[in-house]
Design a protein around this ligand. Structure first.
Ligand code: UTP
Length: 277
């Protein structure tokens, strides 16, 4: 039902400088796999096969990653290392990758808007690859698709965070309509602790209905000229058309060094456990 997933990947990744000076943040590897590949795998698991990636200057490595490297393929064909490319080859065969550039970093709302031509007039997912999510059962996007099937409106994934961290997120409030599901009526972008309507923070997973594009056009730039997606979502929320979903699973904030190291340790231990089985 939802076939397309948008990946805003145009940001500068300044928290990872100098590593991100010439390399996209989305290509930082947790173990041997780049963050954006985890994201594409999650989207495929949720039934999507068109990956619409919003890139910017210095992000060519993302396009090369989702392409065949003939020289490399030739070199390792028939060797004991060939299996290392299996997963990425499968993704390349299965998916269509489309790209467009965000020329200036004008915020997440603007990055999503730049994907309009790639998405068209259908509901779509948005995945921020620096939020790495994992779950034993269905992945987070897959869980959200199930919620979408029932409610047919925009869905944002939320997580409870300590109050002292709310200022890093978009924060929602609303009526709990089912276990872990909230009909959103308030959304505040990066609030002070004292002004936060709750501790339910939006993380990097969304399902959006296509009217969002017209709503983004109406958003006035906020702090630093940034177009916030939460402003456009708030217009939908006023009509009862946004649901927040407290997802099942664990999220690592790989946009920060601390979260990135945590994810690396987690996946390393997981790999060791699997080897022992
Ligand atoms: P972040 O603010 O976490 O990413 O945006 P950043 O700006 O790259 O990181 P720092 O703060 O400088 O270290 C969340 C996501 O939205 C994308 C980013 O690429 C990231 O995946 N984004 C953000 C855009 O694509 N365009 C924007 O204008 C802003």
């Amino acid at each position: 039902m939802i076939k397309k997933c948008l990946f805003p990947a145009a940001g500068y990744g300044t928290r990872f400088l100098p590593a991100t000076k010439a390399m996209p943040k989305e290509m930082l590897p947790v173990m041997a796999k780049p963050l954006i590949q985890y994201g594409v795998e999650e989207a495929v698991e949720a039934g999507m096969d068109v990956m619409a990636i919003i890139t910017g200057r210095g992000k060519r490595a993302i396009e090369d990653h989702f392409d065949i490297s003939y020289e490399l393929e030739h070199q390792i064909r028939g060797s004991s290392k060939e299996y290392l490319l299996q997963d990425i080859r499968r993704l390349i065969d299965k998916c269509i990758f489309t790209y467009t550039r965000q020329i200036e970093m004008k915020g997440l709302g603007d990055a999503i808007y730049k994907g309009r031509a790639l998405i068209g007039n259908e509901p779509f997912a948005v995945l921020l690859a620096d939020d790495l999510c994992t779950h034993n059962g269905n992945g987070v996007l897959s869980q959200m698709v199930d919620v979408y099937k029932k409610y047919k409106c925009s869905i944002v994934a939320v997580q409870e965070v300590p109050m002292e961290q709310v200022s890093k997120y978009g924060v929602i409030a609303g009526k709990e309509i089912d276990d872990g599901l909230y009909m959103v009526d308030t959304m505040v972008e990066k609030p002070e602790e004292s002004e936060a309507p709750s501790n339910l923070a939006i993380i990097g997973r969304y399902i959006l209905t296509p009217d969002i594009f017209e709503l983004i056009e109406l958003v006035e730039p906020g702090k630093g000229g940034e177009i916030q997606i939460t402003d456009a979502l708030m217009t939908q929320a006023k009509k009862g058309m946004v649901i927040a979903y407290k997802f099942k699973g664990r999220r690592f904030d790989c946009g920060s060094i601390e979260g990135f190291v945590e994810a690396t340790n987690y996946f390393y231990e997981l790999g060791k456990k699997k080897e022992m089985l």
